[in-house]
Design a protein around this ligand. Sequence first.
Ligand SMILES: [Zn+2]
Ligand SMILES: [Zn+2]
Length: 354
Amino acid sequence: MEKTMMALVAYGPRDYRYEPFPCPALGEGDILLKVKGCGICAGDIKELAGLPDTWGTGKGDMLMEPPEIPGHEFCGEIVGMAPDVTGYALGDLLVAEQIVPCGRCEDCRRGEYWMCSEMQLFGLKNIAHGGFAEYVKIPAAAIKHKLPKGFTTEQGALVEPYACGMHAAERAAVRHTDVVAVGGLGAIGCAITNVVRLSLPKLIIGIDSNEHRLELAKAFGAEVLLDPARCDVAEEIHRLTGGRGCDVYIEASGHPSSAMQGLRSLKNHGRFVQFGQYPTDVTANWNLIGDGKELTIVGSHLSAHCYAPVIRGIESGLLRTEGLISHTFKLQDWEEGFAYPKKDPAAMKIMLVP
Ligand SMILES: [Zn+2]
Ligand SMILES: [Zn+2]
């Protein structure tokens, strides 16, 4: 008889069910993890609500393959391996990058695996069911990273979001003379702030309308804190920079108003990094980009080559994790966990534990 496990299964927008699901069977090169914890991404919450980027517009553009187990911010312990797997041992703590590259497409062949056009992603595609389950199969093609002994479950679950934040910071190409503004100080905004701090810029400005987040961001390196509910952020940034504006604005809030706020805050020749995921299309004054300030706009997608440095950074203490996961819920209480950030202003990232 087929073995089953308990999992959170996505069938459609607002149709997720905690129910028995077949235990993953291992093929060549596969590894089986017992999930220790899996963080809830802001993207997971938007997907539950019906994000069109995930569920499509009814024209054959659906990214999700239901029934699918969501969750990509997981870490777990190896409890099974196909006989041909080498280099890993039962009991090893492991994380896997969200994208499972095909290795064949043009992007993969250029070495840009995180842009793989096959888009096999944990939590979205059936070849890679996600971490909101008792067990997760790590397919042979997944990019795996062992965690050092002593890593906590929280730290393990933070590797994926931290790596995304590191990539966003890398895309900003921060110089020591830069004034850097980070819009949105959730777990990833704080991670971005921490990574930016390591490049010793002139000033880091943290922006959020949540007092708890502003306070927490100080520990990650934000030196000036601005609340868009209390001030005009762009005006304030111009005041702080002698009327020039900031050199870099990293958008990590996913709030549509942050786009214009960033464009207004930047100086001539400033750099705008888009990391946050907007729930809807965004309107902005594009003239500011060209005719106005000759800005550079760059995007940031996933976490190119950032897992290993994040793991080293957490291990060495250069990357702080304290406070980023604020609450833990049992997987069966997933609904409460998904809804919690809206209820408690002190909530940061929520982790589900099977
Ligand atoms: Zn995520
Ligand atoms: Zn590919």
